[in-house]
Design a protein around this ligand. Structure first.
Ligand SMILES: Nc1ncnc2c1ncn2[C@@H]1O[C@H](COP(=O)(O)OP(=O)(O)OP(=O)(O)O)[C@@H](O)[C@H]1O
Ligand SMILES: [Mg+2]
Length: 414
């Protein structure tokens, strides 16, 4: 049983999402598009560089950093949405994260809110639940899940209010953000990743939202969010903080220990200054002129090096490596690798867009199979009855259309 040196919690009882030596490189074509691929220069841009961290259930982690520091890219890579070359590992409870693992366990709340303005909050959630939950879920189960999520996100008072939009007035911006998050929670994920959920909100609403997310974390979820200009109130709500610069971390550890850590490496924080503002500034690249840029580069590189060789980071690295070597945790759904043929079958099923519950897929297959059998029987029978082949084909076509209507109704209803 391993004890985490930073928070002092016993890790084996918790779920953990680990990132080990993660590197993300994209290909970037430099030059105007009309020069074409042959004449433009190809540049390899390292966006995430050698990142190692551990996120644990029950905790909320805030990722900060100046613009372009790589916060969104890190979330993209963890959720298998990266478009470039990724090396290193993302591991959930000892299992390397694939699309499948992420789909089963994680949810990613992006920045944009897109809703139908005329639906109420509850209607929006019910429609989303019908699309997201397994096809075999009953109406009662869907209603219950929606009610749970409405309560968890503090949307009870606006549940029956229209969402609204630019023309029709509806719920507030903060409530819209909470509805976006609520939709992602319908699946009851173990890992919740959010990209700047508080951007555009006033400090009170932002704090309320982060407090909701913290409550979710306390219910055993892994919560990680990227943040822009968080207030000192939000700082006190976070369990862990990561500060990024140029795709690397200059700090990743418990929130309470951050000021002491930076003070020890030469950057104290005034009593009346928000520590988050102070240390994001310290980690930022100053690009006003060449001298400032060189100085900030030296500062950031020093901080990255100090963190990499710190006991904090070396301890995390050792724990993650040991756990990964030990293999997937017993009872992990993804621990059993599917044989190649099964993987192909699953891919085929998914690529049909059905992604069904097993029962629903069996029903669908049976209906398609019966349809084919039925059509052969019809054709044979009608050729015996009608002398004209064209007439036989026409009647067969009519029968098949009516059969397809009935079958579609059957599939939709059950
Ligand atoms: N697919 C890509 N191709 C080229 N460059 C990319 C790609 N993805 C990200 N980048 C670059 O990587 C850097 C980090 O981008 P990212 O969006 O992760 O930053 P961020 O920290 O989320 O910034 P912000 O706070 O402004 O949202 C940026 O310079 C961006 O231009
Ligand atoms: Mg971003």
């Amino acid at each position: 049983m391993a004890v985490n040196g930073i928070s002092g919690k016993i890790e084996d009882a918790t779920n953990h999402l680990d990132v080990l030596n993660l590197k993300y490189v994209v290909r970037d074509w430099v030059g105007p598009w009309w020069k074409g691929a042959c004449f433009r220069k190809l540049r390899h841009k390292c966006i995430i560089n050698d990142v190692t961290l551990r996120l644990m259930s029950g905790e909320i982690t805030g990722i900060l950093g100046n613009s372009e520091s790589g916060k969104t890219s890190l979330l993209d890579v963890i959720t298998c949405r990266a478009s470039g070359k990724v090396t290193g590992d993302v591991i959930y409870n000892g299992t390397r994260c694939t699309n499948n693992v992420i789909q089963n366990h994680a949810t990613y709340v992006m920045q944009a809110d897109r809703f139908l303005p005329n639906l109420t909050v509850r209607e929006t959630l019910i429609y989303s639940a019908k699309l997201r939950l397994p096809g075999c879920s009953t109406s009662e189960e869907i209603e219950k899940r929606v009610t749970d999520v409405v309560l968890a996100m503090g949307l009870k008072d606006v549940a029956d209010t229209r969402i609204g939009g630019s023309i029709i007035r509806g719920i507030s911006g903060g409530e819209r953000r909470r509805v976006t998050i609520a939709i992602q929670l319908l699946k009851d994920p173990d890992i919740i990743l959010l990209d700047e959920p508080t951007s555009g909100l006033d400090s009170y609403t932002a704090r309320h939202l982060v407090s909701n997310l913290r409550d979710l974390a306390r219910r055993g979820k892994i919560v990680m969010l990227s943040l822009h200009q968080p207030s000192s109130d939000i700082y006190s709500l976070l369990d862990r903080i990561g500060i990024m610069s140029k795709g690397e971390f200059v700090y990743f550890g418990c929130a309470k220990g951050m000021v002491q850590y930076f003070t020890e490496v030469g950057y104290p924080c005034d009593k009346y200054t928000n520590p988050l503002d102070r240390y994001v500034d310290v980690a930022s690249m100053d690009r006003r002129d060449k001298d400032s840029e060189i100085q900030s580069l030296i500062r950031v590189e020093r901080l990255v090096k100090i963190l990499k060789t710190s006991r904090l980071q070396l301890g995390t690295f050792r724990r993650i490596s040991d756990d990964f070597r030990r293999g997937p945790r017993a009872g992990n759904r993804e621990a059993v690798e599917r044989p190649g043929s099964a993987r192909v079958l699953v891919t085929v099923i998914r690529s049909t867009g059905l992604h069904p519950g097993q029962l629903q897929f069996i029903r669908f297959t049976a209906v398609v199979f019966l349809n084919c059998l039925w059509s052969e029987l019809h054709t044979a029978a009608f050729h015996g009855i009608f002398l004209s082949a064209n007439l036989a084909q026409a009647v067969t076509g009519l029968c098949l259309s009516s059969y397809s209507l009935v079958a579609t109704g059957f599939l939709k209803h059950f």
